[in-house]
Design a protein around this ligand. Sequence first.
Ligand SMILES: [Zn+2]
Length: 256
Amino acid sequence: MKPLGNNNGGYFGEPIDAPTVMVQIDAVAKAKNWHSESFQLEPGFSLQAYTRRSQDPKNAVYISSGIHGDEPAGPLAILSLLEQDQWPAGMDLFLCPFLNPSGFPLNTRENSNKLDQNRDYRHLKSLEVRTHTEWLKKQPLFDLALCLHEDWEAKGFYLYELNPDNRKSLASSMLRAVESICPIDFSEQIDDWEAASGLIRPKVAPDERELWAEAVFLIVNKTRQSYTLETPSDFSLEVRMKAHNAAVIAALRELS
Ligand SMILES: [Zn+2]
């Protein structure tokens, strides 16, 4: 499998019609009895959150995507996961599929105010991130958080792990599930981080960081184990969507 060679200085692959995908996600979530919440953002845009409680929950898992408007595979993976409905039993699930709804029509990483929401979780300048963190604070603590992203420069799939208590890592399960679908990025350095076989374990000291990604907010406030999944957006959208889907299912099965 080879990269398509579309991306030169940014993402120039297949876009999605985000409002249509949002409607599809909402319809399938409601059909499968998820609890749905909608919060008004700028006119014409809303933040959607979905929760599903299990009878006898052993784990609470949070999954987000769509924080960068030029990364369409994550929201599509959430749609396909909802349609498949193969969630392991005994899990409470919390989904935010489109954290940056105004960025998708522009196909930009940033929102329509040119702000990178994934650097806004310390100072909460954007309405989107303020709304999202208000919602997060009302949810229980999560045993696991998965943030679905894409990287237009990546040679293959990789992930970041934040696991300060050294809990059992879910990284190798995810990488194994993905490798038959999408190449893994075996670079020793990815995005200025030291990497090994597609895994980055950043040393994160939140207090020393001026700008917080969503994953940093989550590790400070909501969970002790998080993964940021990165698909290589120079491969086809279907491959990337399937890679995210397989990684999420592998992590949930390993956790349960
Ligand atoms: Zn991203």
